[in-house]
Design a protein around this ligand. Sequence first.
Ligand code: 5GP
Ligand code: ZN
Length: 112
Amino acid sequence: MDDCLFCRIARGEIPSNKLYEDDELLAFYDIAPQAPVHFLVIPKQHIESCGDVDAGNSAIVAKAFELIARLTRENGIKSFRVVSNCGEEAGQSVSHLHFHVLAGRSLAWPPG
Ligand code: 5GP
Ligand code: ZN
């Protein structure tokens, strides 16, 4: 997607503070952190949101969760929250599937 913000970050056209990158996935710190630790994990391929995961692309979602487990483990993060907002009313502002990883403070439940 030419004009998708996270596709552009994935292609390196817009700089990001990267935590991890391979051919399929990118992890980078959120520009407006909502917790002391706040990074995003995205597939490089454009998937709009959790609502567009299907049998043809779900393998990358599994890999994203493997990466989240690895990055949190390697960074000594024992307690964290994974969030994916799907749709405008749920707070999705970038229409490219991403998983927020939040940690480093007490997180309220239920979320707002
Ligand atoms: P959403 O609101 O869709 O759940 O999450 C989008 C996230 O992307 C927000 O937390 C927002 O701060 C972050 N974000 C928006 N633009 C940029 C950017 O240019 N760089 C980075 N690193 N994060 C961004
Ligand atoms: Zn995209």
